[in-house]
Ligand binder design. Structure first.
Ligand SMILES: C[S@@+](CC[C@H](N)C(=O)[O-])C[C@H]1O[C@@H](n2cnc3c(N)ncnc32)[C@H](O)[C@@H]1O
Length: 273
């Protein structure tokens, strides 16, 4: 690609909407913009030999923006887990586990606050011997991390069928036993679990709280992430509703704590009845 640069004179300043720009667009420019006093237009390599105006050609280096983005990614330290792109070296502190993960088409590289909060919260729980369900697994990162942190079983489900092959490939790359299924929460039959982690959003968590509780064994933990400030209050309201509706013997959840990272919250609940 080449750029055609027209020098602007102070007496007759050039503009992105001016006649010179219109002539450049008409000649096949793919972008036209003002750069200081100049008007610059991108042209493909098969552009006219001399575009309109008294300009000069400049070479524009081809940049592979995807490769540049990937190369710029660095490992994420999320408590007991470090998430590292495969081109990086991972430096681990004692007790930390690494999950190798390159960004793909599925959400979940550890760079987003909501994922990081969920990873940190998983790392603070005892997971040895416990069954973990990751609702909305995306890239599979949370289920893979749970497996690496000692869970007896880690299952991730996702309603988006495109994510599950990505999650499985990430699992294989990490020699993880985490399993992944295509399915929406409420649509697929699920066994009871000891830990339910879900990085979705507040309204969905509030709507599904009773179903989450029914699926989690007594003493089990619920880590609900993806909650934008100040919507964690919705969870408090949903908890109160669950108490009212539970009656005798219905599942009850207790608020353990809420942690925040920037504008994002994670709420930790525990099934107590
Ligand atoms: C914000 S991403 C979370 C990905 C990953 N767990 C993380 O923490 O980075 C939410 C994921 O939930 C999935 N999802 C949305 N609604 C769902 C539902 N009803 N049942 C299961 N998965 C769902 C989306 O397809 C998406 O992959």
């Amino acid at each position: 690609m080449r750029a055609w640069r027209l020098g602007g004179a102070a007496a007759a300043p050039l503009a992105e909407e001016g006649p010179e720009a219109a002539a450049l667009w008409a000649a096949g420019a793919t972008a036209v913009w003002i750069d200081g006093p100049d008007l610059v237009a991108y042209f493909p390599d098969d552009a006219p030999a001399t575009p309109p105006g008294d300009g000069r050609w400049e070479d524009v280096p081809e940049v592979d923006h995807v490769a540049a983005y990937l190369a710029g990614l660095t490992p994420v330290d999320a408590g007991a887990v470090v998430v590292a792109p495969t081109h990086c070296e991972a430096v681990l502190r004692a007790g930390q586990q690494v999950v190798w993960l390159d960004p793909g088409t599925a959400f979940g590289t550890g760079h987003h606050e909501s994922t990081r909060l969920a990873l940190e919260a998983l790392g603070m729980l005892p997971l040895a011997g416990r069954r973990v369900l990751d609702v909305g697994a995306g890239s599979g990162l949370l289920a893979i991390a749970a497996d690496k942190l000692g869970a007896a079983d880690a299952l991730g489900i996702d309603v988006d069928p495109d994510t599950v092959p990505v999650a499985r490939a990430n699992g294989e790359r990490n020699r993880s036993r985490a399993r992944f299924l295509v399915g929406g929460f409420g649509d697929v039959a699920l066994e009871p679990v000891d830990v339910l982690v879900a990085n979705l959003y507040a309204e969905l968590h509030a709507a599904w709280l009773a179903a989450y509780a029914a699926l989690t064994v007594l003493g089990g933990d619920l880590l609900l992430s993806g909650i934008l400030d100040p919507r964690h209050e919705l969870l408090r309201d949903a908890l109160a509703l669950l108490d009212d509706a539970g009656g005798v013997g219905g599942p009850r959840l207790a608020w353990v704590d809420a942690r925040r990272d920037g504008a994002w919250w994670l709420v930790h609940l525990r099934r107590v009845v």
